[in-house]
Design a protein around this ligand. Structure first.
Ligand code: 5GP
Ligand code: ZN
Length: 139
């Protein structure tokens, strides 16, 4: 497992690096992806640091899915995409780049041709921040 001390998502949980936070409870945190594959792309993580689906506890994955459902509904209301994928990657070959278990809430549009390994392209931080406020308003 990648060390908790070097984990970017653990640093976001600790507030050591900034994020556009959408929702937080005792067990989970949701925030905007800064390399959005589409407008409204959000991430949901358990606060407990584990690497992937094999390591995550049943309680942590259950809590993460419950929060992902809340965020997906708010994203749906906010950006009205054609659809939403909940995506979760395990291992480099599957496109995992951050080794702290997480789920993507990924808005989709008809014909967007989004590939499973969509690549990382920095988004416009002002636009992401504005969308984050709107999504929070729909929670
Ligand atoms: P993975 O490729 O592991 O499934 O997804 C990791 C996601 O984390 C990527 O979509 C990437 O854009 C996002 N990410 C990486 N570093 C940061 C960061 O510092 N802040 C935020 N908000 N997202 C990040
Ligand atoms: Zn972590």
């Amino acid at each position: 497992m990648s060390a908790k001390e070097d984990c970017i998502f653990c640093k976001i949980i600790a507030g050591e690096i900034p994020s556009f936070k959408l929702y937080e409870d005792d067990a989970t945190l949701a925030f905007m992806d800064i390399n959005p594959a589409s407008d409204g792309h959000a991430l949901v993580i358990p606060k407990e640091h584990t690497k992937d689906v094999h390591a995550v506890s049943e309680q942590a994955i259950a809590n993460t899915v419950i929060t992902a459902k809340k965020i997906a509904s708010a994203v749906e209301k906010t950006v009205a995409p054609g659809g939403i994928n909940l995506v979760q990657c395990n291992g480099e070959a599957a496109g995992q780049s951050v080794f702290h278990f997480h789920m993507h809430v990924l808005p989709r549009r008809d014909g967007d041709q989004l590939k499973m390994n969509w690549g990382l392209k920095p988004g416009d931080m002002d636009a992401i921040g504005t969308l984050a406020e709107k999504i929070k308003g729909n929670l």
